[in-house]
Design a protein around this ligand. Structure first.
Ligand SMILES: *Cc1c(COP(=O)(O)O)cnc(C)c1O
Length: 359
């Protein structure tokens, strides 16, 4: 077997143990006589799978009973529309634009009402997180939307932004389950699962119950949180197989110490990489120190040709997908939960060598 260290931003690495379990269960799940891929989503066997997946996710994230968990499709990008369609009651919502995805979310919301950008870090190519204070939020805004971890620029909110008593909505696609979060501080949390939880095709939404049932009349049925909640995410066929894999990933995370432990591991991984970058004569981290992401570490040499050479040689050495997002260039090492410490350690060793050889 020759699995590489895969630093892809998403779809990304899954824990090897999870893949091995999936492999063992691929052709016949339990004594069901069939693969999870071949099952009716309404069968008792599948019902047990989705219920266990949800139970483990709730346990892992410590999700209170007054929040619903929805397993949806369409990616985080579909949530950019679903959020305003479900939550804009007065027609006003405030957005923090701290990167490309939050920019897209803002743009989408403007189609459905009076969306306002209350803070942005665009002036410095999104290399920092703007400070948010309750007085910045409009009194009659229905919610405040943030992207908690900016996958492309490698920044993360250092703490939950203070929006007073406003409903806080967060896109957590690239940091969900990377560390404990206090779910009660949020009205809605959503995430495309392909970064840190599952293969592509599944989108997870965590929503406080009282926020449902106020959607616009003309909302597409498939985007209405209430419809999805009332039908236990089975209004139509859910992404069955991705949900099953997510279930294995949640079980893996619980067996490996839960989110406290995930945080500890992730900090350790991010720290050796950032420490190296901060002391390097060749490489430089691009994100502001106060709001660096533990999941997506962005860096440059300052020379686009050298960046290219680095990515090429790294790939040859078994460190793949280190190229930065096509919109920003440079490099990005995505080091989600499934990336072992040894992978980051080996990358740092490789970077040291590269630095020596390219003085
Ligand atoms: C990847 C990503 C998205 C887009 O997700 P899709 O599932 O491809 O729609 C949105 N927001 C963030 C923060 C992401 O990392």
């Amino acid at each position: 077997m020759s699995r590489v260290y895969n630093f892809s931003a998403g779809p990304s690495m899954l824990p090897l143990e999870v893949l091995e379990t999936a492999q063992k269960e691929l052709i016949e799940f339990g004594t069901s006589g069939m693969s999870v891929m071949e099952m009716s989503h309404r069968s008792p066997v599948y019902d047990a799978i989705i219920k266990e997946t949800e139970a483990n996710f709730r346990k892992l994230m410590n999700i209170p009973d007054n929040y619903k968990v929805l397993f949806l499709q369409g990616g985080a990008s579909t949530q950019f529309a679903a959020v305003p369609l479900n939550l804009m009651k007065t027609g006003k919502a405030d957005y923090v634009v701290s990167g490309q995805f939050s920019g897209k979310a803002f743009k989408e919301a403007k189609k459905y009402g009076d969306a306002k950008c209350i803070a942005t870090s665009e002036d410095k190519t999104f290399s920092y997180i703007p400070e948010i204070t309750p007085d910045m939020v409009r009194e009659d805004a229905d919610y405040v939307h943030v992207c908690y971890n900016n996958t492309i620029f490698g920044t993360k909110f250092p703490e939950v932004p203070n929006v007073g008593d406003k409903v806080l909505v967060a896109d957590m696609s690239s940091c969900i389950t990377s560390e404990p979060v206090d779910v009660t501080k949020f009205g809605v949390i959503y995430a495309g699962a392909q970064k840190n939880m599952a293969p592509a095709g599944l989108t997870v939404v965590i929503i406080r119950e009282d926020l449902m049932g106020n959607a616009r009349e003309d909302i597409p049925t498939m985007l209405d949180y209430k419809t999805m909640a009332d039908n236990d995410s089975m209004y139509n066929t859910p992404p069955c197989y991705a949900i099953y894999i997510a279930g294995l990933v949640y079980k893996w995370a619980l067996e490996n110490g839960g989110l406290e432990k995930m945080k500890e591991r992730n900090e350790k991984k991010a720290n050796i990489l950032y420490d190296f970058l901060d002391n390097s004569t060749l490489f430089k981290a691009t994100a502001d120190k106060k709001c660096r992401s533990m999941m997506n570490v962005c860096f440059v040499t300052g020379d686009a040709d050298l960046d290219k050479k680095f990515c090429k040689e790294a790939a040859e050495a078994g460190f793949v997908n280190l190229k930065g997002h096509r919109s920003v260039g440079g490099m990005r090492a995505s080091i989600y939960n499934a990336m072992p410490y040894e992978g980051v350690e080996a990358l740092v060793e490789f970077m040291k060598e590269f630095e020596k050889n390219n003085k």
